[in-house]
Design a protein around this ligand. Structure first.
Ligand code: ADP
Length: 704
């Protein structure tokens, strides 16, 4: 029977949601739930957890209860499912008594398939009575990590709820879902519901559409402004550690004419609500916030998350950064590191009222995020290891994998700074050292006779702020350190001493300021129409169609109903509600539609492929004759990743003949240089070759 049900689940996925196939894990979870088995699903944010209970809710007789701690999200979630044509509602404290009564009646009369509530609600007899007048088909526990004492977000009401479920005479199947379960937490949840190993679906933490990057030694406010300006029109979040800092960044961006909102705990509830709404409804581009912002935010089209300060733990970082790209579109997560951030976090720990044991635990966590900021390894791999995943591979997308910035030799500058620190007898802080180097006429400098030092004015052509940012870089890279005293002063560390002796070089990746992305005018036109449509319905734009769906429309340019229905994310109800309006827009671009659809067709209704099998999809495109560039564009991956996929395919199957793609003449040049400088790293090879030879050509020639 279950296989018939599963087939029907696939039909709902195709017709109602407009998606071609289930993602990693979804099918198994839905199958188990439909068979009446208790299940634990650990999937990353944006992995598609909600479908795992929504589709069974549609298929099973009776009501599915969704228990969630996030009252502020319920309306959003319910609106989104209603948009798909599923009868859903929520009951929580935001309703008036009359509204509540009306909804209870709807529930009792069987009009509702999916009911969202907070755990506390289960104690109310009126509520329980209404729910039990219908068969209870499933209980989905969202954010299930709240049940565990080891989770970072423990809620006692979740334990009461677990007892309540156990006390039911006819317990329906339970589906516990979370994105943030460490093995400890997963074990805790499983134990509470006796969910055996085979019933646990843990798909891992990797987020294939996020590109991570750590940037050091830049002037943060300026970097953020340039970054945001280069992404004008795209929604993004900038996090900072303190209210003061968020305000500074906010004002800086505002002065530059950027459309920006502010959110922190010091604002009134109304101010917070207004700025949150402006962001969710795409009325502003950027949200600058402390970590108070985000827990209840479901906005799917956040294209980047910048951390202007390092957070205190990898968990917090991954959770906050993970708010980018819930819709599966490529998105960026940038962490701007400075040594000051470590001190701020230390200060937070010192001020916290935790036990000594707790504090030392927090210091350890701080050490880990600090290590993340300094690793040369793939950043995603680092995080996945941190969460206990064993089988990982380099992501090919993060700053460390790409190293796209140019590496500049700054040994001389470093020597000037370090020798100045020594000449100043390690008695002064960053500001004073920068002032001496830039030749400031500050009174204090004259008073201490620092203007007599041979290093005075050595860097006078730079601004003191630039020099300070460079000192930040030297601090971040442990060439210099700050003393642990009430007035911290700069001191030379062993690595710095080696630089002064000429034994070590200082190389800095100068972060390329992100380029203005090429505007896709079809996408922009669709986006504008989406905003109007959403406005008419009183919905956030991403709920009408995701960015991912609009991108696919702009690529394929469907011109009639049939073609439109083929786009991933277009289900029957959305086609009916919004189809004509968007087709109108698309038809005005009819002349851009490629005559040769053979390339586009295989992409339609493409399934999301698991990372491990992802290279197979690349290879199948390649075998159809698509170029690396075209595949990268179609799959929304970097060319470097596509090259990696192809090399892997060549290794496994040996029939791709990648070498043949490179001109004979270029191949010879590449092989000669490789002989000279070795093949361990590609960069030195690339640097010795003319610019016309690409990394892809080098990789294909050398097979690595
Ligand atoms: P989560 O709750 O795990 O954070 P969601 O359930 O919100 O994730 O899903 C994230 C996005 O992925 C949504 O836009 C959703 O519609 C989309 N999605 C879910 N499952 C699929 C699928 N099988 N194919 C394509 N898109 C999907």
């Amino acid at each position: 029977m279950a296989s018939v049900m599963l087939k029907r689940a696939e039909e709902v996925l195709n017709e109602q949601y407009g998606y071609a196939s289930f993602r990693d894990g979804q099918k198994q979870v839905i199958d188990q739930v439909l068979r009446g088995m208790d299940t634990l699903a650990v999937m990353p944010t944006g992995g598609g957890k909600s479908l795992c209970y929504q589709i069974p809710a549609v298929l099973l007789e009776g009501i599915t209860l969704v228990i969630s701690p996030l009252i502020s999200l319920m309306k959003d979630q319910v609106d989104a499912v209603n948009e798909l044509g599923v009868a859903a509602t929520f009951i929580n404290s935001s309703l008036t008594r009359a509204e509540e009564n009306e909804r209870l009646q709807q529930v009792a009369s069987g009009e509702v398939k999916l009911l969202y509530v907070a755990p506390e609600r289960l104690r109310e007899p009126r509520f329980v009575q209404a729910v039990f007048s219908q068969p209870l088909s499933l209980i989905a526990i969202d954010e299930a990590h709240c049940m565990s004492q080891w989770g970072h977000d423990f809620r006692p009401s979740y334990l009461t709820m677990a007892d309540w479920i156990h006390s039911l005479e006819q317990k329906p199947p339970v589906l516990a879902l979370t994105a943030t379960a460490t093995p400890e937490v997963a074990a805790d949840i499983s134990e509470r519901f006796q969910i055996e190993k085979p019933q646990q679906m843990i798909t891992g933490f990797a987020r294939n559409n996020l590109a991570f990057r750590v940037v050091k030694g830049v002037r943060k406010k300026e970097y953020v402004a340039r970054y945001v300006q280069a992404r004008s029109g795209l929604p993004g979040i900038v996090y900072a550690s303190t209210r003061k800092e968020t305000e500074a960044v906010f004002h800086h961006l505002k002065e530059k004419g950027i459309s920006v909102e502010l959110y922190h705990g010091g604002l009134s509830e109304e101010e917070r609500r207004d700025s949150q709404e402006a962001f969710i409804y795409d009325r502003c581009d950027v949200m600058v916030a402390t970590n108070a912002f985000g827990m209840g935010i479901n906005k799917a089209n956040v294209r980047y998350v910048i951390h202007a300060n390092m957070p205190g733990t990898v968990e917090a970082y991954y959770q906050e950064a993970g708010r980018a790209g819930r819709d599966g579109e490529m998105s960026e997560c940038v962490l701007l590191f400075s040594a000051q951030d470590v001190r701020t976090q230390r200060f937070f720990i010192e001020q916290s009222e935790g036990t000594e044991q707790r504090q030392s635990h927090d210091y350890e966590k701080l050490q880990q995020i600090n290590a993340y900021c300094h690793t040369d390894r793939c950043l995603e791999e680092f995080v996945l290891h941190y969460f206990g995943e064993q089988q990982t591979e380099e992501c090919g997308r993060c700053g460390n994998c790409l190293r796209e910035g140019e590496r500049v030799d700054r040994t001389k500058d470093a020597q000037m700074v370090l020798s100045c620190i020594v000449r100043m007898r390690e008695h002064f802080g960053k500001t004073m050292v920068a002032q001496v180097l830039t030749g400031s006429k500050n009174q204090k400098i004259q008073q201490f006779q620092l203007d007599k030092l041979p290093t005075y004015g050595l860097m006078k052509e730079r601004s003191a702020k630039d020099v300070q940012a460079f000192i930040d870089f030297l601090l971040a890279e442990l060439y210099t350190g700050l003393t642990n005293t009430s007035y911290p002063t700069l001191e030379l560390l062993p690595r710095g001493a080696a630089v002064l002796k000429g034994e070590e070089k200082v190389l800095q990746y100068v972060e390329a300021v992100p380029e203005q992305e090429e505007q896709d005018d079809i996408f922009e036109a669709l986006r504008a129409r989406r905003k109007d449509l959403a406005g008419e319905q009183g919905l956030p734009p991403y709920m009408v169609f995701s960015d991912k769906t609009l991108r696919e429309m702009s690529r394929i340019i469907p011109l009639n109903k049939e073609e439109f229905a083929m786009i991933s994310g277009v289900g029957a109800k959305k086609q009916e509600t919004y189809g004509e309006a968007l087709l109108d827009v698309l038809r005005s671009f009819a002349d851009r539609k490629s005559m040769d659809l053979s390339v586009e067709q295989p992409l339609q209704k493409q399934s999301h492929t698991a990372k491990r099998g992802s290279h197979l999809e690349t290879i199948s495109f390649f075998k159809e004759g698509m170029s690396v560039e075209k595949i990268a564009h179609a799959r929304q991956l970097s060319e470097q990743t596509i090259v990696k996929h192809l090399l892997k395919g060549e290794e496994e199957e040996g029939d791709l003949e990648l070498k043949e793609l490179v001109d004979e003449d270029k191949r010879q040049q590449i092989e000669e240089v490789a002989k000279e400088v070795g093949t361990e790293f590609l960069r030195p090879i690339k640097e010795k070759l003319p610019d016309t030879i690409s990394y892809a050509e080098i990789s294909f020639t050398l097979g690595r």
